[in-house]
Design a binder for this molecule. Structure first.
Ligand code: SF4
Ligand code: SF4
Ligand code: SF4
Ligand code: FES
Length: 702
């Protein structure tokens, strides 16, 4: 490491690596230099002049956000001259600013408001008529109020650099400068809301949140996004049992402040009018509302009757229910109902990966590895659309550390634009593309390989053999679709694999086999829609469905039990990298129950309470910690909202994996399997739609 440079700020002797910016050196020493345009992790702008400081032997004041420290530099941040400069800058920024703090969404958490309180002038010399343009709506989620904009260009940079979308630019000059969207008067982009989040003032506001509440009127609850497998922390702003917004401004999770449209806005399924709020029983071909006690007693009696006559059960679990629920469900199936007929929608071949890596350590990639490791190889996945947070990490890694990105995908992907090598690989021809990259990959000091369902079955072993042949340290990530797809596999929602990837003695039926079977006596489906394409008359057995909505599967059920969503319960989920994080209950939806409680109550009615144990998240997680390989994780870290990677790699699993059963849905930014159908926001964005021209879409308000 290069020698540290010695300098002083406000009389304090400090040292930092050469090249460190004065603003950063001061921050590390606990000295605040106010900034607007400077934003850690993005290119330097020096647009706002808020960070001016005095530097001895320099005749003019200097911008601390672009000035690197130098040996012997004497910096002053608290002189009368600096105070006057800050005051003038604020006075200038307020020239055309409308001062509508009482109604502005940003009021209470606005950086400009805070700065004016601390450094600003009570009076302005600019008393002329303010330059005004009307507010514009650029998309269902992004609104722009030009007069509030202080032209810090954070939004432009986060969109171009962070998202690699580049949907925002600047038009006009001087006082008439405005931020403009990429398609004239509307946006065509990721709709991630990162620009709104990073805007220091209320110039960019969010469609679903605007004018609804004030920040201090909400409770802020950190939980995990329930959409894709990346496991972003989302802090939900909740008021009166309604989620009003999602963000992660406190950067408390693995994702820092990143969220895609789904984590930021697609919580709106929770209050969708079609949400189920009462149990339903099929009465003569029609589903009729009944009480919870009647519904549970009916299910328990039927299950018990079928069990007593040695009938055949099938159980299909979910990729979004918690680890505790998945563990409890398989335990119920295996011990309570005596069947290994249990499965879920598998979207990535983690079983084959765990088998191929058995006996090794340090071979599973964490989400931080996508930001820190020197090279990343992406196979199959349209990474930015299907794995948004991991793709954000990889982009930041390339930008900040110069990491090399390699791509082998069937179609063009966003990563092509900055990849070192990008090859098109049709299905089944991925290894040809890898061979073309072999020399470059072998020259890397280390590598992360992320692969989707294009590599499954025996080909996973072949991929690990390819990784081994490179002669460098390689870590792997098997990409899967949903928030707890990985947890469903780790918890043994599989007919031939028990929790922790232990081989089951007598394999049961797969989900496909259960749906096709003619001899099942009961089919219990929790948070899944396997009968989506079944004929409407498909009713050959006793079907129990735990669901949030009347899905195609629920419509065919004998009993439907209304389930709480991930935002309405506690528990843990495991993301695509095996990182276990805590779900925290943010609200109640009347009439629903968490799936774990529903299972526990059915078990109790059947007299299985002692066998199955308590049906509360904490004791079940404790049992998981004690019995599932790789899950003996430190409780305090998880309990306080941290993430810990579970490493269930153990001995050989030795089950033949049927590759055809592993099918990713390849959801993009604007879809989310069955759940996405009930998000009004996801369904409203232009990018999701295929037909209408912009004129037919929400009119932009000018
Ligand atoms: S919503 Fe996201 S992609 Fe769209 S303009 Fe803002 S930052 Fe860019
Ligand atoms: S819209 Fe917000 S983030 Fe963008 S330039 Fe204006 S003030 Fe800055
Ligand atoms: S990347 Fe995935 S986990 Fe993160 S906010 Fe988007 S959908 Fe949610
Ligand atoms: S923060 Fe330095 S010029 Fe804007």
């Amino acid at each position: 490491m290069a020698d540290l440079v010695k300098f002083t700020i406000d009389g304090r002797e400090l040292e930092a690596a050469p090249g460190t910016l004065v603003v950063e050196a001061a921050k590390r020493a606990g000295i605040e230099i106010p900034t607007f345009c400077y934003y850690e992790g993005y290119s330097l702008q020096a647009a706002c002049r808020m960070c001016l400081v005095e530097v001895e032997k320099m005749p003019k004041m200097q911008v601390a956000c672009t000035l690197p420290v130098a040996a012997g530099m004497v910096i002053k941040t608290n002189t009368p001259q600096v105070a006057a400069a800050r005051k003038s800058t604020l006075e200038f920024l307020l020239t055309n600013h409308p001062l509508d703090c009482p109604v502005c969404d940003k009021g209470g958490e606005c950086e400009l408001q805070d700065m004016v309180f601390r450094y600003g002038a009570a009076e302005s010399r600019f008393a002329d008529t303010k330059f005004h343009v009307d507010e514009q709506q650029w998309s269902p989620v992004v609104f722009y109020d030009g007069p509030r904009c202080i032209l810090c260009f954070r939004c432009v940079r986060v969109c171009a650099e962070g998202m690699a979308v580049g949907a925002l630019g600047v038009i006009n000059r001087g006082v008439t400068s405005l931020i403009a969207p990429n398609d004239g008067d509307y946006l065509e982009c990721d709709e991630c809301g990162m620009c709104i989040d990073i805007c220091p003032v209320g110039a960019l506001t969010s469609g679903p949140y605007r004018y609804k509440t004030r920040p201090w009127e909400m409770e802020h609850i950190g939980t995990i996004c329930t959409h894709c497998s990346n496991g972003c922390k989302t802090t939900l702003g909740v008021r009166n049992d309604e989620i009003i917004r999602g963000n992660n401004r406190d950067r408390s999770g693995i994702n820092g402040e990143f969220l895609c449209i789904k984590g930021r806005y697609a919580f709106d399924f929770t209050d969708h009018p079609e949400r189920l709020q009462s149990p339903l029983i099929n009465d003569g071909g029609k589903l009729e509302p009944v009480s919870w006690s009647k519904a549970l007693a009916h299910v328990a009696k039927k299950f018990q009757d079928i069990k007593n006559r040695n009938g055949k059960f099938g159980v299909i679990g979910s990729t979004r229910t918690t680890n505790e629920e998945n563990y409890y469900l398989q335990k119920f199936a295996r011990l309570g109902l005596g069947t290994n007929n249990i499965d879920h929608h598998r979207s990535g071949d983690v079983v084959s990966l765990m088998d191929a890596l058995h006996g090794r350590s340090d071979v599973l990639a964490s989400s931080a590895d996508f930001y820190n490791r020197k090279a990343i190889l992406i196979i199959g996945s349209d990474f930015s659309l299907e794995q948004p947070f991991l793709a954000f990490q990889a982009r930041a890694n390339h930008r900040h550390h110069g990491a090399h990105i390699y791509v082998a995908t069937p179609r063009e992907v966003r990563e092509d634009s900055y990849a070192k090598l990008a090859y098109r690989a049709a299905a089944g021809q991925e290894f040809e593309a890898l061979e073309k990259m072999r020399d470059a990959l072998a020259a890397e000091p280390e590598l992360v390989i992320a692969f989707d369902d294009s590599i499954k079955g025996d080909r996973v072993g072949a991929l690990v053999a390819f990784g081994d042949s490179l002669g460098i340290p390689v870590r792997y990530c098997c990409l899967a679709d949903y928030s707890n797809s990985r947890g469903a596999m780790d918890m043994g929602l599989l007919p031939d694999v028990l929790p922790g990837y232990q081989r089951a003695q007598s394999p049961g039926m797969t989900a496909t086999e259960m749906v096709a079977a003619i001899d099942l006596d009961a089919l219990w489906i929790v948070g899944s829609n396997p009968l989506e394409f079944a004929p409407k008359t498909w009713r050959k057995t006793f079907i129990v469905v735990q669901e949030m909505f009347l899905t195609e599967t629920a419509r065919l059920a004998d009993v439907v039990l209304p389930a709480a969503s991930a935002y309405e319960k506690n528990g843990t989920v495991t993301n695509v990298c095996g990182e276990v994080q805590k779900l925290k209950k943010a609200l109640n939806t009347m009439g629903t129950k968490p799936d774990l409680e529903i299972m526990g109550l059915i078990g109790r009615e059947m007299g299985l309470a002692k066998l199955l144990g308590p049906w509360f998240p904490d004791p079940v997680f404790e049992e998981i910690r004690n019995t599932v390989h790789g899950y003996k994780l430190p409780l305090p870290v998880i309990a306080t909202g941290g993430a810990v990677q579970a490493i269930p790699v153990n001995g050989p699993i030795g089950v033949p994996v049927r590759a055809e059963l592993i099918q990713s849905t390849h959801d993009n930014l604007f879809t989310s399997g069955n759940l996405g159908k009930y998000s009004r926001i996801l369904n409203s964005v232009l990018e999701r739609r295929t037909g209408p021209a912009p004129e037919e879409w929400e009119p932009a308000k000018h």
